[in-house]
Design a protein around this ligand. Structure first.
Ligand SMILES: Nc1ncnc2c1ncn2[C@@H]1O[C@H](COP(=O)(O)OP(=O)(O)OP(=O)(O)O)[C@@H](O)[C@H]1O
Length: 259
């Protein structure tokens, strides 16, 4: 499985937000997209998902232009965890997660016991089975985020696109979600996610893309997440340091400095 983005430009109406991006993600890779607020990360995701028409370039899924792929087939392969989700109705958490099976069900077909099991497994994998019978509109923002990730996993996609999957999560859940994303990628899932925390790149990404208004860098964490690049992207001084984890691996970390 390979998602290729070639020279893609996108935006709204005549306003170009993202210009000439090229990157690719293959099976088992996690690409983390960093960049300041408003630079166009979500816009780029909306274009991959076909919500916005491209202003230039092309996006290929296993060599096939995504504009030619029927929506029903695309939905079986590409999962999406949106940044924020306003719940319209008081569905139960399990019902929301089961919506992830929609692409696999026939028209008007009801979810089978197997579908329910897949949904329950996704909740369990994220450690939130206890939410199963709760009303989705009555759980916290962080819990909702976990449920949306479970919904996307229930879809059993080959490519998972996640817009700030850890933004509402507490310190522990951020790391637990990253750990699970990493495990899923080890089983073959390709992941593209945004984050506002460069440390997340060091923890789990195989690739990183740093999006700025006038430049777009792609590479591995060591090449891209540097003091100079972070200063240029976010306008703050940063120190990159390293520590040893419990297995003896060296983990880099990024410390923001206050002047
Ligand atoms: N529906 C829209 N119509 C017109 N312009 C939009 C629309 N949505 C977003 N924009 C503009 O496009 C630019 C990029 O927004 P986008 O949401 O893609 O940024 P982002 O990098 O995801 O930001 P953040 O990190 O704050 O989530 C911004 O200038 C924004 O105001």
């Amino acid at each position: 499985m390979m998602l290729e983005v070639r020279d893609v430009s996108c935006g709204y109406g005549k306003k170009m937000v993202v210009e000439k991006i090229t990157l690719n993600v293959v099976k088992g890779e996690i690409l983390c997209l960093l960049g300041p607020n408003g630079v166009g990360k979500t816009t780029f995701f909306k274009s991959i998902l076909g919500f916005l028409k491209l202003m230039g370039g092309e996006i290929l899924l296993d060599g096939e232009n995504i504009s030619q792929i029927p929506k029903s087939r695309f939905a079986k392969v590409v999962g999406y965890v949106p940044q924020a989700h306003t719940p319209p109705f008081p569905f139960s958490v399990l019902d929301v997660v089961l919506m992830g099976r929609t692409a696999h069900l026939g028209l008007f077909a009801l979810p089978s016991q197997k579908d329910v099991k897949i949904a329950e497994n996704a909740l369990e994998m994220l450690g939130v089975s206890y939410l199963k019978d709760r009303v989705y509109t009555e759980i916290s923002g962080g819990e909702r985020q976990m449920v949306l990730i479970a919904r996307a996993l229930t879809q059993e996609p080959k490519v998972l696109i996640m817009d700030e999957p850890t933004s509402n999560l507490d310190f522990g859940n951020q790391i637990r979600v990253l750990e699970r994303i990493k495990r899923l990628s080890e089983k073959g899932l390709a992941v593209i996610m945004t984050s506002h925390f460069p440390n997340h790149v060091f923890l789990c990404s195989s690739k990183v893309a740093l999006m700025q208004h006038r430049s777009f860098l792609v590479g591995n964490a060591d090449e891209i997440v540097t003091e100079k690049n972070l200063k240029s992207a976010y306008g703050i001084d940063v120190k990159i340091t390293s520590a040893m984890d419990q297995k003896g691996n060296i983990i880099k970390a990024c410390i923001p400095l206050i002047n």
